[in-house]
Design a protein around this ligand. Structure first.
Ligand SMILES: [Zn+2]
Length: 241
């Protein structure tokens, strides 16, 4: 059972009448539905209206505790007084928002012109954070689509919206590209899909080996891009890297 204490230095956590934190209630719903809730999973279906703000309050309270444990004088340091809430807001509403909101609405159009030529979209700038260190991952992706006459067509800007939603979660690059490829595959049903992501990982630049220049490159090839090496070469040669 969860109990509320008054004397705590941290702000009151958002408990309900029974003293249950909102994160526990959301987690129970996810578990009851037997869904995964890894850092790069979306859990929007399990969050009720108004709960995201309560979750932000809860994270701000916990973050305040982290700052206290880092022995920062939160009462007198004018720079860090609101940092806990700023960080909580950044996580929930900005950089990890792709976990907490439903996917962008994407209107699909029938392929009226029966396009069947290679189409390349990119570079799309992507921003994420690694799930190991919560350090930024900033990079670019290129998407190659080989449509057939039944393939749905989506607007160019929609690829960027879908990418933003997938990348707005703590990710590892290898899984992020697969998640995005699966989503685009599902929305457009092309004969082939190719995806290349090149990104700088700040957990290698800011800490660790402190290498400022290394980039990680991942590719996913589906359908005709797997079978047809000429098509694959054409796609890769057209990407201005
Ligand atoms: Zn990392």
């Amino acid at each position: 059972m969860f109990t509320k204490t008054e004397s705590d230095m941290t702000p009151a956590l958002p408990y309900d009448d029974q003293g249950v934190p909102v994160s526990v209630k959301i987690r129970e719903r996810v578990k009851a539905a037997r869904q995964r809730f890894h850092s790069n999973d979306n859990i929007a279906d399990f969050i009720q209206p108004g709960e995201l703000d309560k979750l932000l309050d809860e994270v701000a309270g916990k973050m305040q505790g982290v700052l206290e444990s880092l022995v920062i004088d939160l009462d007198n340091d004018h720079n860090t007084g609101d940092t806990a809430r700023r960080v909580a807001k950044m996580y929930i509403k900005e950089v990890f928002n792709g976990r907490y909101v439903k996917g962008p609405a994407v209107t699909e159009f029938p392929n009226a012109e029966h396009l069947n030529e290679l189409m390349i979209v990119g570079p799309i700038t992507v921003r994420s954070a690694c799930s190991h260190h919560f350090c930024p991952v900033i990079g670019r992706i290129w998407i190659g689509v080989m449509p057939n006459e039944h393939t749905n067509v989506i607007g160019l800007s929609k690829y960027a919206r879908l990418a933003e939603w997938i990348m707005g979660r703590p990710q590892i690059q290898e899984e992020a590209v697969v998640q995005l490829a699966d989503l685009i595959q599902e929305k457009t049903q092309p004969d082939g899909l190719a995806l290349v992501m090149e990104a700088s990982h700040y957990c290698m630049a800011w800490r660790g080996v402190k290498d400022m220049d290394s980039k990680m490159i991942n590719s996913v090839m589906r359908g005709v891009f797997l079978k047809d090496s000429n098509l694959r070469r054409e796609f890769l040669s057209l990407i201005p890297r």
